[in-house]
Design a protein around this ligand. Structure first.
Ligand SMILES: [Zn+2]
Length: 270
């Protein structure tokens, strides 16, 4: 067991047991025993295959983490957009109120302009109203300017955000191109034979590559099938299909009818 796989002894025993259970549940028979002394070894052989798979998993996970940060940025931009839209709406309402007040004020002023003289209290009232209107106008202008600046900065950030998303998508595609699943052998069952084809005592399962615990279970169950003397099945769903021995296999580990049929040819009593 190469520690670079990052599996503990317990993990490995569980993976083997899960694979054994698949076969034993399907046949209702005890097919394997764990024998440290005289059993055959299951070797985890670490090389470029698993190193590539781990690097791919690392880069994919980083890519996903960046995607999460992008999603958070998007929510932030959407919240900013909503705040600006709300502020624009309230600005429009205040502007409408201001225009109404200004129009009625102007109408009053025009009426008094027709009079020969304006009484002092009225003049004071009109001047005070004028001051209030000018103050509100100045406020509205200032807020309008701020809203425009906020809108411009939002547009710039949204454009930057779009190019971040595009860059992220390009990186994702590049990542998948670099790590395009190549049909490397994930495991094998070795049975040494004499020149005339008789089995020698040394035999071994070698595990080279797996992407997840479920992939390991699939590969392990396939190799245990070989250990029981099964060859490859032409049925592509069968556990003994050759493709389940390759890297990147995604099928659910299940013993199929084609597997049982092959096993019963070898062991008719099952
Ligand atoms: Zn095989």
């Amino acid at each position: 067991m190469d520690s670079q796989f990052g599996l503990s002894r317990v993990d490995v025993l569980r993976a083997v047991q899960d694979a054994v259970t698949l076969w034993e549940d399907a046949t209702g028979a005890d097919l394997f025993i764990h024998d440290e002394a005289s059993g055959f070894p299951i070797a985890f052989v670490y090389d470029g295959r698993q190193a590539t798979a781990q690097e791919r998993a690392r880069q994919r996970s980083e890519h996903r983490a960046r995607r999460n940060r992008i999603d958070a940025q998007q929510q932030e931009l959407e919240a900013r957009t909503r705040r600006i839209v709300d502020a624009q709406e309230s600005q429009r309402q205040r502007l409408a109120e201001y225009n109404e007040l200004a129009a009625s004020h102007n109408a009053v002023v025009q009426r008094w302009n027709l009079a020969t003289s304006i009484p002092e209290p009225i003049l004071n009232q009109l001047t005070a109203a004028e001051d209030r209107l000018m103050l509100e106008e100045a406020r509205l202008t200032e807020e309008g300017r701020k809203l425009e600046a906020a809108g411009d900065s939002l547009s710039e950030d949204a454009a930057r955000f779009r190019s971040t998303v595009e860059e992220h998508d390009r990186m994702g595609q590049a990542l998948e191109r670099v790590f395009a699943a190549s049909p490397v052998l994930a495991a094998r069952y070795l049975q040494l034979l004499t020149p005339d084809g008789r089995p020698l005592p040394g035999r071994e399962i070698q595990i080279f590559q797996f992407d997840s615990p479920s992939h390991l279970q699939l590969v392990m169950a396939h190799e245990l099938g070989h250990a029981m003397g099964l060859k490859h099945s032409d049925d592509t769903v069968a556990l003994m299909s050759e493709q389940h021995e390759l890297a990147g296999a995604t099928a659910e580990a299940t013993v199929h009818a084609a597997d049982l049929e092959m096993l019963r040819v070898r062991c008719p009593e099952l």
